[in-house]
Design a protein around this ligand. Sequence first.
Ligand SMILES: *[C@@H]1O[C@H](CO)[C@@H](O)[C@H](O)[C@H]1NC(C)=O
Ligand SMILES: *[C@@H]1O[C@H](CO)[C@@H](O)[C@H](O)[C@H]1NC(C)=O
Ligand SMILES: *[C@@H]1O[C@H](CO)[C@@H](O)[C@H](O)[C@H]1NC(C)=O
Length: 393
Amino acid sequence: MVSKCGLVSVVWALFVLTIFNNPTIVYAGEGVPDVAIFAFGDSSYDAGNAAFVNNNKGGPQFTWPYGKSRDDPNGKFSDGHIVTDFIGDFISIPDGIPPALNPGANLSRGASFAVADASILGAPGEYMTLIDQVNKFGSMKLSWSDKYIEKSLFMIYIGMEDYLNFSKTNPSANDPSAQQAFVVTVTNKLKSDIEALYSFGARKFMVQLLAPLGCLPIVRQEHGTGNDCYQPLNDLAKQHNDKIGPMLNQFATNYKGFQFTVFDFYNAIIRRTQRNRNYRFYVANSSCCGVGTHNAYGCGMGNVHSKLCEYQRSYLYFDGRHNTEKAQEEFAHLAYGANTNVVQPMTIRELIVYPPGQNMLDVWVPNLLSSIRRRPSTYYSHQPDSHIGFSAY
Ligand SMILES: *[C@@H]1O[C@H](CO)[C@@H](O)[C@H](O)[C@H]1NC(C)=O
Ligand SMILES: *[C@@H]1O[C@H](CO)[C@@H](O)[C@H](O)[C@H]1NC(C)=O
Ligand SMILES: *[C@@H]1O[C@H](CO)[C@@H](O)[C@H](O)[C@H]1NC(C)=O
């Protein structure tokens, strides 16, 4: 059995290697309609908006080594591109998804409204909570025709700040009933924010589930968990995530033309954390840039002498909270074209080509598979023009 497992992981590693090293696999834009991408959320989807909020001068993400892989620190929390840019690339949006708050941005193929530190519930004085971002979109929506908005993709990734803050500031953060109550508060607000976006004409939604927040290098560092993830935060993220699919199913039933898919980012990270070498991430428990036990604090901050790894592409995390460009590219591939264990009820590609105005035939179902798949799975798509013929997730 042992040698069989060994063989299986070798085969698996070969699959992963083949898929993510072969640039010819992406058939950018093939057969995909000309649509825009609108992104909402926090630092993970921020394309540089932070510089335009409250005369903020920006933040560390505008400073080297952010953008290192592209020689261009441009306000993204990555050594290069972020997930939204790669998805844009797949549908022939040339230069990434621009920050909506930049008055000079070309918004013809969409924009990111996401801002670093944004939360769902909002702190006193916080300027760009999710509902603020949605309302900003509402105030700008005449820039696009209703028909164009209807067929465009709306990507949402938010909630990290809410749960990190809850875990840090609430004395009963580890009490199950306090957790449940908080998750209900957060997800109910998220629900009404998505409804607001729908009321502005958005119809195609991709919601990215929360990462296992307890595995973030900054969280491991602050809680001193060493090589382990901090479980209470993973539990919170899981409880939050469990509510997303059912919520969206309900929208798809109740609201005309509401279409969606859910990207299981949580388990994509868990797999890369637990079997990082199979995915060719040689370091998954600490970050490339920063200081501290997990190299997780202060990347890009002028007053911090942060360390920088030699080869960022072998790291899962670039800084204490965000993934490397290499990892983000993988996530974009997964969301755009992987199978139903990762993104369901359909891929982003399928969501984009799904006829607008119709209600979906498929529903999201709870994923019954364990987070760890024991053997490589090959999935030959029935669609001849599919994005990738088989997927490694
Ligand atoms: C904006 O981008 C679109 C395509 O992405 C391009 O066709 C158009 O010329 C651009 N507009 C300006 C003013 O640069
Ligand atoms: C963080 O939690 C504190 C106490 O619960 C609250 O007052 C504050 O508004 C929260 N901040 C954010 C960003 O959620
Ligand atoms: C991360 O994992 C490596 C083994 O892959 C281990 O040697 C190292 O101590 C771990 N780092 C931390 C901070 O626990």
